[in-house]
Write a protein that binds this ligand. Structure first.
Ligand SMILES: [Zn+2]
Length: 277
């Protein structure tokens, strides 16, 4: 899989903005999820995505009847270009406060150059953006009546973040989980990684955290984590709340953990099979 957006046409394909649940709206493209969380004190945007995504996100927000300029806080799922390259432009346009978890904060401020895997890949770099608040595991981000919790779910990046919040919908309270990324990318070295020695232990920690989170409404950094296309089709067909999917969340996390364990076993076996050096 290439790094460039051309390898992922869905990343730049517009998608209908829509209500998810409570005060959460989907404002991303088909492949790159962005979420608008509206409050009485302005709005929170999760994921600035590619530089070219910014006008699409703005348009989606405005189609829903909200104002891009009301974006007060900008958050990300993790410090990879497909989720954060547009941050500098969004900060510039809206004055939003950029809040990023420690481990990823250094990476976004370096424009991707500090990334352990892609730091030397020009196509993975983007305009650096200053972080206004460095977050730590389980820090809260508050705006109006909304409280988001930043869960450190590292491995995919050092500060990969899974966001949780509670929303009210039809008199019920639901736990929302926005998964940062549980994926082991092509080329990731899980064993003897000099740039990220604790990477395998971090993936282990991430799966422990994901399995511990109560989840009713399952969302993530890419639409394909939670079958956005199929759920949106059900929403359009009149289903009340297709995004409520606790079983889908559990199955997704279990499947991703199995994939991680297979990758780790393969890389560990490769090491053992090699000549001593
Ligand atoms: Zn990523």
């Amino acid at each position: 899989m290439g790094l460039a957006a051309q390898a992922h046409p869905d990343w730049t394909t517009p998608f209908p903005p829509h209500h998810v649940a409570g005060n959460i709206y989907y404002v991303g493209s088909q492949g790159l999820a962005s979420y608008l969380i509206t409050t009485s004190q302005g709005n929170i945007l999760i994921n600035s995505s590619l530089e070219s995504s910014v006008p699409l996100i703005r348009e989606s927000i405005e189609k829903l009847g909200f104002h891009f300029s009301d974006t007060k806080i900008l958050l990300i799922s993790h410090a990879h270009w497909d989720h954060c390259a547009g941050s500098a432009a969004i900060k510039e346009a809206t004055g939003a406060h950029y809040m990023v978890l420690e481990g990823d904060a250094e990476v976004v401020e370096s424009g991707g150059k500090a990334d352990f895997q892609y730091g030397a890949s020009p196509e993975a770099q983007y305009p650096p953006a200053k972080v206004d608040r460095v977050l730590h595991d389980r820090d809260e981000v508050r705006l109006g009546d909304t409280v988001l919790v930043a869960h450190l779910t590292p491995g995919h990046t050092k500060g990969c973040t899974t966001w949780t919040l509670k929303v009210q919908e039809a008199g019920q309270t639901y736990n929302v989980v926005i998964v940062g990324s549980p994926n082991v990318n092509a080329g990731y070295q899980l064993v003897n990684n000099a740039k990220y020695p604790q990477i395998a232990a971090d993936y282990e920690r991430m799966f422990r955290v994901l399995k511990s989170l109560p989840c009713d409404i399952f969302l993530g950094a890419h639409g394909d984590y939670f079958n956005l296309d199929a759920k949106y089709a059900r929403l359009k067909g009149g289903a009340a709340s297709p995004f409520i999917d606790p079983a889908g969340y559990k199955a997704y996390v279990a499947e991703r953990e199995t994939a991680f364990r297979a990758a780790l076993a393969k890389q560990s076996a490769g090491r053992r099979g090699g000549a001593p050096r």
